[in-house]
Design a protein around this ligand. Structure first.
Ligand SMILES: [Zn+2]
Length: 95
């Protein structure tokens, strides 16, 4: 399916051939088809970078919480395993 990009907010969506408005920006923004393969790749890389960045922030946040609140290593284990579960879901959505 072709990839479409909103010229206003940059949101992308894979959609069947057609004319679409951006779901976020409304009828003032017509989604433009991204035909260049490198542009598609760029979007995917950008998304992956965002996801990795979010994961790093989460890991740092957990470390901060542990430091400030003094939660036990076992609780940290629990939080991290829950996060990896969520991380797996996010990763699946990014591909
Ligand atoms: Zn938009």
């Amino acid at each position: 399916m072709p990839l479409y990009r909103c010229p206003k907010c940059g949101r992308t969506a894979e959609l069947p051939e057609g004319k679409y408005y951006c779901k976020v920006c409304g009828p003032s923004a017509t989604m433009r088809q991204v035909t260049n393969k490198s542009a598609v790749l760029e979007e995917k890389v950008k998304h992956a970078v965002d996801v990795v960045w979010a994961r790093d922030r989460i890991i740092r946040a957990v470390a901060d919480i542990q430091h400030e609140v003094g939660i036990s290593d076992r609780d940290v284990e629990k939080i991290l395993s829950e996060l990896s579960r969520l991380w797996a879901i996010v990763k699946k959505e990014a591909t």
